[in-house]
Write a protein that binds this ligand. Structure first.
Ligand SMILES: N[C@@H](CCC(=O)N[C@@H](CS)C(=O)NCC(=O)O)C(=O)O
Length: 95
C-alpha cells in the first residue's frame, strides 16, 4: 500500500486539517502501515514545474495529493475518500 503525500504527514492549522495528515491517520487507525511517497512540489505550478509529481499524474491525471494505491492496485484520490475507504476496510486483525 502506498500513500502519495506532499511534504509530510504533519498537522497544519488549515481548516479541516492537512489532507495528507488526515488520510495517513485514518489509515493507521484502520491498522494499515502505508509506504509514504513524498512528492513535494506545488501542484498549482502545473505539471512542467512538478516533475516530482509525475507518478501522481500517471495514476490520476492530476497533481493533487494525497493519493492512495491499495494492495489490490485500487487508486483513490482525495483525503475524504481515503478516510472513507480506511473506515470501510480495516486491515485484517485491526480494531
Ligand atoms: N480536497 C483535497 C485537497 C488536497 C490538497 O489540498 N492537497 C495539497 C497537499 S496537502 C496539494 O496537493 N495541493 C496542490 C498544491 O500543492 O498546489 C483533499 O482533501 O484531498
Amino acid at each position: 500500500m502506498k500513500l502519495y503525500i506532499c511534504w509530510g504527514t504533519f498537522q497544519t492549522p488549515r481548516p479541516g486539517g492537512h489532507p495528507c495528515h488526515n488520510a495517513y491517520e485514518a489509515l493507521k487507525d484502520a491498522g494499515w502501515d502505508p509506504e509514504l511517497k513524498k512528492v513535494y512540489g506545488l501542484g498549482v505550478l502545473g505539471s512542467a514545474l512538478n516533475p516530482t509529481r509525475k507518478e501522481v499524474r500517471e495514476l490520476t491525471g492530476q497533481n493533487i495529493v494525497p493519493v492512495l494505491v491499495t494492495d489490490d492496485g485500487e487508486v483513490i484520490q482525495d483525503s475524504k475518500r481515503i478516510v472513507e475507504w480506511a473506515r470501510a476496510n480495516p486491515a485484517s486483525g485491526a480494531g
